[in-house]
Design a binder for this molecule. Structure first.
Ligand SMILES: [Zn+2]
Length: 86
């Protein structure tokens, strides 16, 4: 097992991981910290900001986003499973 420690500053920002395959419905979820409803289909950026999209073999693997209300960072995973069920 490799650990990734190097280079990153310790920050007060909390990091949460949400697996979309464990969410029923259209992929909406609530921020684990402040509870604001976040919809991946909402592109206005009012409730969250996309920090980084993680691509793997031209497929969306995950998205790092940040809650606009409480500044928590949320790592969304499970996109591949969503694509498969379409
Ligand atoms: Zn939040």
């Amino acid at each position: 097992m490799k650990r990734q420690v190097g280079g990153q500053k310790m920050q007060a920002t909390k990091l949460f991981t949400i697996d979309l395959t464990k969410i029923r419905g259209k992929g909406d979820f609530s921020c684990p910290k402040c509870g604001v409803k976040i919809s991946p289909n909402e592109k206005t950026g009012r409730t969250y900001r996309i920090l980084e999209a993680v691509m793997k073999q031209n497929q969306l693997e995950g998205i790092m986003l940040q809650c606009s209300r409480c500044d928590s960072q949320i790592h969304l995973t499970g996109f591949r499973a969503l694509n498969m069920t379409r």
